[in-house]
Design a protein around this ligand. Structure first.
Ligand SMILES: [Zn+2]
Length: 478
């Protein structure tokens, strides 16, 4: 039996605000447990929440980046629930009037097509505390309680685990470009839940869905969804029925297990939070945010191809991360050859950084180093081979390329007389290839060029070597 898979995702994104969602406690990762708390985020009775304007603004900005409609009027609601990690036993969230609705994320599919995955809504809520379970005790850290959490809910538009992975990657890229979240997965900045169902090809209505929770990495989400597709197929193939339930992904065992049977919205008894005023957004606020909207990854990629004449592949690599894109633009700005700059960054630099386990932000090579390396090659001062060696020294020492070239005497030899001396001795030492060339075998010159370059320790200008070699060989030798 052939099945179709339908997936909708709920992505929770921690906003990178300086303070929490409804109190002024700092929002900083890695502080000692329970050191960033106050009566509001500890859920004491009688305290009053005050919304974080920056969090609201970044949620709206995200909505604009994803092409959503921004609500002119929205509100916060209480979602009632027994939360072991939320002592007031309700979470402030948004129910029927979220900040953003509609919109989409464009996703590149494996076959080269692109697809728009619809966004149902984006709402803002507060995160809960973090529990850690030990063998006989449980510990709770309230530093995370009350930090701003943006929930992005997709339409059931995703057709499989790989597509879910591609969606998450594109979404993360947009959020990073927008500067609204650090999107650091180890720090739990971006987490997702999924609704997934399968149905036999030809069946109109969707199958019964299950909800999968606790997927903390994108690859984990892909594996969890692949596992769940197989689990549902097995049940249907053996004549069973899928139960609507919530299942937890266990990344270590690579399986999902039953958490609880599914609750409905009315179980949460949502109602407007009486402590918080509705939010009214005016046109001026939206126009200001629209004007401040950053260039999105796909737009920037297309511009890089056009403006710098680089390949779609290189443009994709260079726009994968906003910091890297800025780095490249700074390097290309003053350089004589934007394509050569792209090569240096996307090949040499990214490779060296990966080997050293470093990020672009801590790169010892600065954009101006790339510019001067490109220009040294373009003006013929050093060969592109020598440029690679110089790059390695810059990476190791953080010193400027010009200084290194001068100090190590790496300047390319342009002096024809010097080159002619090397050429003559190479022809003398390699009578075979010389005779071959004279007999019309054009390719034989390659070996001679190589030998001259070696004799010059890579410093001879290859163009000149080629010219002088041809002169000397056609002249009948010495
Ligand atoms: Zn607080």
């Amino acid at each position: 039996m052939e099945y179709l898979t339908t997936i909708g995702l709920e992505v929770h994104v921690q906003l990178r605000t300086a303070s929490k969602m409804f109190c002024s406690c700092p929002h900083r990762y890695g502080a000692p447990p329970n050191s960033q708390t106050c009566p509001v985020c500890l859920g004491y009775p009688g305290v009053l929440p005050v919304p974080n304007r920056q969090a609201i603004e970044w949620t709206m900005l995200t909505g604009l980046m994803l092409g959503c409609r921004i609500a002119r009027y929205s509100k916060f609601d209480r979602k009632s629930y027994f939360y072991p990690d939320m002592p007031k036993n309700y979470q402030i969230s948004q129910y029927d009037l979220p900040l953003c609705e509609g919109g989409y994320v464009e996703v590149d599919l494996e076959n080269g097509d692109t697809k728009k995955v619809g966004i149902t809504r984006i709402h803002l809520e507060e995160d809960v505390a973090k529990s850690t379970h030990h063998s006989t005790t449980s510990a709770i850290d309230f530093n995370r309680a009350g930090t701003p959490l943006m929930e992005i809910v997709t339409e059931p538009d995703i057709a499989g685990p790989e597509e879910a992975y591609a969606f998450l990657t594109s979404l993360k890229q947009i959020l990073t470009f927008g500067g609204v979240s650090d999107c650091n997965m180890e720090q739990g900045n971006i987490r997702c839940d999924a609704n997934i169902s399968i149905r036999p090809v030809g069946q109109d209505g969707l199958g019964v869905k299950t909800e999968i929770k606790n997927m903390n990495t994108f690859s984990g989400a892909q594996r969890a969804l692949a596992y769940e597709v197989e689990r549902q197929k097995e049940i249907l193939n053996s004549g069973g029925r899928i139960e609507q339930e919530t299942r937890r992904w266990d990344d270590v065992s690579g399986t999902t297990e039953l958490m609880r049977s599914k609750e409905d919205a009315h179980d949460y008894r949502y109602f407007p939070d009486p402590d918080l005023m509705p939010m009214v957004v005016d046109e001026a606020w939206i126009s200001r945010l629209t004007a401040e909207m950053p260039e999105l990854p796909r737009t920037r990629k297309a511009r890089f191809e056009r403006q710098y004449g680089i390949s779609p592949y290189d443009a994709g690599v260079l726009t994968a991360d906003p910091e890297l894109a800025l780095f490249y633009e700074a390097a290309a700005a003053g350089s004589a050859d934007a394509k050569a700059a792209a090569n240096l960054v996307s090949n040499l630099l990214l490779h060296a950084l990966a080997e050293a386990g470093m990020e672009i932000g801590s790169s010892p090579v600065r954009p101006e180093h790339i510019t001067s390396l490109v220009n040294l090659v373009a003006e013929g001062t050093i060969s592109s081979q020598i440029a690679k060696d110089v790059f390695a020294v810059v990476f190791e020492t953080g010193r400027g390329p010009e200084e290194i070239v001068r100090e190590r005497g790496l300047v390319q030899v342009q002096d024809t007389d010097q080159i002619r001396t090397w050429v003559r001795s190479v022809i003398e030492e390699n009578p075979g290839p010389a005779a071959d060339f004279r007999a019309g075998r054009e390719k034989a010159i390659g070996r001679l060029v190589g030998a001259v370059m070696k004799a010059s320790r890579g410093k001879a200008n290859p163009q000149l070597v080629n010219e002088v070699l041809r002169e000397e060989l056609t002249r009948g030798g010495v």
